[in-house]
Design a protein around this ligand. Structure first.
Ligand code: KG4
Ligand code: ZN
Length: 340
């Protein structure tokens, strides 16, 4: 079964063709990220206008790279939420129009669940249930228990800012360009490389880390970083040190609470996903934490290019979570949560 995935929830315009939920035949992404550097963050109107510009060329390229025509496609999968309304509309309305003209079924996909399915791509071993999935993106931080493809239970999440948002906001305070996550990560890595001995990264608070739940709070970190940078015109060395501190504070709480959930639910698989899961330090800390558990759980880390927004994950999620829904009944849902 060949599915054409379409993803336009934010500033990426993505289309991909995936066969049988695992084999990537094409993966095309256009992004307006460069345009958002000047503003230090996404302007929704700008993102939506770029979506309009890119959508048809990106879909055409995805079919061409897969060496297919629309006739070979069995279904169209599209992200319907959460995300920016203007951006989502471009993908959803295009998918519905193509479904009508090409006479193909269209499968709506929750973007957050889409992220989780990056873990099913190109893997020799597929995730087994029950699974604990951590979704860490620019707008969301959620922990879910998956008993099957269609049985997802939300067990925790952020009470305020998302983890990606914390990276992005702290980066701005450090005068690091948008998107903040990769830039904080790069600055932090330089610091860690040069400071290997007696490394203590304890400057910032770890809110809620000992609380008896699976929730996070990241807004205090931004305030603490603001306090720290207020009287400082950061030079490169300060920036690298503070980037390492910010990263460690975020990674610490994410790993701590997720591993706590793993100890309680004892899943067969632990799945990381979303843009922040591309972070090297987070990946390393999860790898060592899972190794030190007294029972076995397989950790899945998507390929880095599939952690951030793409349409491969959308097509894969649609394959495993197919549902029959008429194109007329599909609408954008900008505020959609992970459990709908
Ligand atoms: O999943 P994603 O591409 O888009 C959303 O659905 O939001 O996630 C984007 C987020 C941004 O906040 C970005 O700064 C963060 O992921 N991110 C990272 C890294 N790469 C992307 N955060 C930390 N380290 C990274 N290497
Ligand atoms: Zn995303």
């Amino acid at each position: 079964m060949k599915i054409l995935g379409i993803e336009t929830s934010c500033d990426e315009t993505a289309a991909a063709v995936v066969a049988d939920g695992k084999t990537v035949l094409s993966n095309v992404i256009a992004t307006s990220a460069q345009m958002h550097i000047a503003t230090g963050g996404i302007i929704p109107e700008t993102a939506a206008r770029q979506q309009v510009k890119f959508i048809i060329p990106v879909i055409s390229k995805a079919l061409k790279e897969a060496k297919l025509t629309y006739k070979d496609i069995d279904a169209i999968a599209v992200t319907y939420g959460p995300g920016l309304i203007g951006s989502l509309l471009v993908g959803v309305e295009t998918a519905k129009t193509l479904a009508y003209i090409w006479q193909k079924p269209v499968i709506p996909v929750n973007h957050l669940i889409g992220h989780i399915y990056a873990n099913w791509v190109n893997n020799m071993y597929l995730p087994k249930f029950p699974a604990i999935a951590l979704v860490v993106s620019g707008g969301h931080t959620d922990l879910v228990l998956m008993q099957s493809h269609k049985d997802l239970k939300w067990i925790g999440g952020t009470r305020d800012d998302a983890s990606g948002e914390a990276f992005d906001k702290c980066a701005r305070l450090l005068d690091l360009p948008y998107p903040g996550g990769p830039n904080i990560s790069a600055a932090a890595e330089t610091y860690l490389k040069h400071n290997t001995k007696n490394l203590k990264l304890e400057m910032f608070p770890r809110p809620m880390i000992y609380e008896d739940n699976f929730d996070w709070s990241f807004s205090g970190l931004k305030t603490a970083a603001l306090r720290e940078t207020k009287n400082l015109t950061p030079n490169t060395k300060d920036r690298e040190r503070l980037a390492a501190e910010v990263q460690e504070a975020i990674v610490d709480v994410l790993v701590n609470k997720t591993i706590k959930a793993v100890k309680i639910y004892k899943p067969k698989s632990l799945l990381l996903s979303g843009g922040v899961s591309a972070n090297n330090r987070l990946r390393e800390r999860f790898e060592s934490s899972v190794l030190s558990l007294k029972f076995s759980v397989k950790l899945f880390l998507p390929e880095k290019s599939l952690c951030t927004d793409n349409a491969v994950m959308t097509a894969v999620a649609a394959y495993y979570r197919k549902r029959n829904i008429a194109w007329k009944d599909i609408a954008t849902a900008p505020e959609l949560t992970i459990t709908g």
